[in-house]
Design a protein around this ligand. Structure first.
Ligand code: PHE
Ligand code: ZN
Ligand code: ZN
Ligand code: ZN
Length: 280
């Protein structure tokens, strides 16, 4: 897999920040900032040759939107999916939550296009709406899959907060093989990971997991406190949250650790390349 240029990921974050700035400071479900953000991400994917679809759903009388992007080719009966939520809370621009996952999978998708990747399996990327209202968009997507479409999804990978300013390196622990895939990638670079407990069941992988689809993902921490042991192995500040600006107005462009973001994005690309190349 190629390295993912962190400057490109940061450029997407800068765009998401300026879109929020121009739209009342956020991209919350139902807002103009959300619509403008969908337009930005979709425009990038369309220009790169993805087949995109904006899928509408309804939540409390407000229309929400998921953005689904398919990379043409690969075995449609074996789908590898990666997702991130595109909505923010209304308190702020949500650059780490979840601009980071949004930009990380967007740049991975663009890398797929640049490489002209011809995966064995079919690749699909998703940007979810209304995660902050309880994973509404992702749940709507899973609920509306036919039985065949559901069983065709071999793997769903979720990336929600991957650039926390006082970062941890957490892997989702639900599927041992996916956990090991990420753990080994980090271990080869001298970084020890821990299994995630903070985020359990609280992001868009939950509906997939409940539907019996195997799920994995990465997480750099939210409002849990970094321990002394974690600071010793990962750097940063013990006794402080992984992200002190979680769900706050200060979750801006300044609220990102570039090293964590860069490593996480490279690990996403590695997982996508590896999982989509295998026949099983
Ligand atoms: N989904 C939570 C939020 O957006 C945070 C979270 C991140 C939970 C990663 C689980 C895993 O606020
Ligand atoms: Zn959130
Ligand atoms: Zn989130
Ligand atoms: Zn989980």
């Amino acid at each position: 897999a190629p390295g993912i240029p962190v400057a490109n990921v940061k450029a997407h974050l800068a765009r998401l920040q300026s879109i929020a700035d121009a739209n009342g400071g956020n991209r919350a479900h139902g807002s103009s900032g959300y619509q403008a953000s969908i337009d930005y991400v979709k425009g990038q994917l369309d220009a790169a040759g993805f087949t995109t679809a904006v899928k509408e759903f309804n939540e409390n009388g407000t229309t929400g939107y998921n953005l689904i992007a398919d990379w043409p080719g690969g075995d449609a009966a074996h789908v590898v999916m990666a997702g991130a939520h595109l909505d923010s809370v209304s308190a702020g621009p949500g650059v780490n939550d979840d601009g980071s996952g949004t930009a990380g999978i967007l740049e991975t998708a663009l890398a797929v296009s640049r490489a002209g990747l011809k995966p064995t399996k079919h690749l699909r990327f998703a940007w979810w709406g209304a995660e902050e209202y309880g994973m509404v968009g992702s749940r709507n997507y899973v609920n509306n899959l036919s039985a065949d479409d559901r069983s065709a999804i071999d793997t769903y990978l979720n990336f929600d907060m991957i650039g926390s300013p006082n970062p941890g390196y957490f892997t989702y622990r639900h599927d041992p093989a996916l956990d090991a895939l990420f753990r080994d990638w980090f271990a080869a670079r001298g970084i020890s990971t821990e299994q995630d407990f903070e985020g359990d069941g609280r992001s868009d992988h939950a509906p997939f997991q409940e539907a019996g689809i195997r799920v994995g993902g990465l997480f750099s921490g939210a409002d849990y406190i970094k321990t002394a042991g974690q600071a010793a192995k990962w750097g940063g500040t013990a006794g402080q949250p992984f992200d002190a600006c979680y769900h706050a107005a200060c979750d801006t462009n300044a609220n990102i650790d570039d090293t964590a973001l860069s490593r996480m994005a490279d690990a996403i690309a590695y997982a996508i390349w590896t999982l989509s190349a295998s026949g099983s």
